[in-house]
Write a protein of this length. Sequence first.
Length: 453
Amino acid sequence: MYRPLLSRDERGNRWVPELAVSWTRVDDTTYDFQLREDVTFHSGNPFTADDVVYTGNYVIDPKTRIPGKARFSFLKSVEKLGPYTVRFTTNGVIGTTLESIAYDIYILDAKEHVKHAEAGSYGRLSASSAGHYRLVSMDPTKGALLERFENFKGDPAYHRAPIKQIEIIPLPDRQTQVAKMMIGEVDLLRNIEPDAVDFLGKQPGIQVSYITSGGYIYLLLDAAGRSNIPAMKDLRVRRAIAMAIDRKSLAETMVAGASREALPEALCFKTTVACAWSTKLPEFNLAEAKRLLAEAGYPNGLNLPFQIHTPYRQIAEAIAHQLARAGIKTNQELLNITAYTRRRGEGGFTMFLGMRPTATYAEATAVMVSLFGSTRDYSGDPDLAKSLAGAERTFDISARTKIIQAAIDRNNEQLYILPVSTFPSVLVHKSEVAVRQNILSYHDVDITDYYWK
């Protein structure tokens, strides 16, 4: 529903105009954007420079409380230069400014947004922007109804909205998901549990589509010792953990569709801008894992706290079982997103299992900073921090790639974070529904990719 100033054509490796028609880097901290003059929001309000300035000021306002606010820290100010011209100024030299504007800043309808005393109600009650679909209605318990925005303006080579109306329904219960699909009350389910995928995929009139998502399940290991577990600071222990995990088996049995893809060997993918590596992760070797533990002073194994983002609890249970075979017992703790975000900042992770998407910001520097930046860092590695800071200041992509390669190689050697398995987008749908490749992204799939056959 929302729309940025520009997008990236990841296959063509080029920028694509969205609400902006052109842009210029005036100097290392200043960017000017010329805006489209023919766009209206879903509300009917005309889009102008005022909306861009309002959006920028809103996301950087210290009073604004929104998830992931740190991603806007690059931005110092947004100024209006004319009715359809704006200037972005950054906080210092940041080589990935265009990526941040493209992937993180979606323009709000200022005249609508300002009406809401609680800005969080904007998405629920109005959600006016300039994307392919507009919000018709929304109920937190019943879901949302979207309708194609017939007054959409954009290059048809990069934009489509093949279905007129889409109803999004929350179905958290597995049995309900299966039942609704079986009786035909839903047309498509996304990212349901593997056993449900297997069952439904065998039913007549139902198909399964697997889309490479660019996401991966990862295991963070507290090498910095922030959680006061000394064993985690020993590389031998971290290698033992990594070698006790049979990633191939997990991909085949615990993550729907992952067996169709190669195991991840880095914290980004070859399709991610500026991503490269030259080192390999350790392979599964239970005997070597036990030997390393004994060498590190734990011949009888050890007990470790294990924090888990709740949606990945089944994968965590399988990992815990594999670790136990090497003598590593775990005390598992399930955390929702609010709890794990707080715990991460407090230094409370010893081992943490989560999922990292890369399609939401397909640039390796941003992916690495999201894992190692600020209070997210559990490596305690000043060289890694220095590399990432250098990458953020580098405009030239080839030079940035070399810096990121060094950082990824360092992670692979020191095992601060282990990528466990890819996490494909799995869509179970009626046979009358087709899922097509996204126009702009290697990995993303959204409602503009669904068709009636």
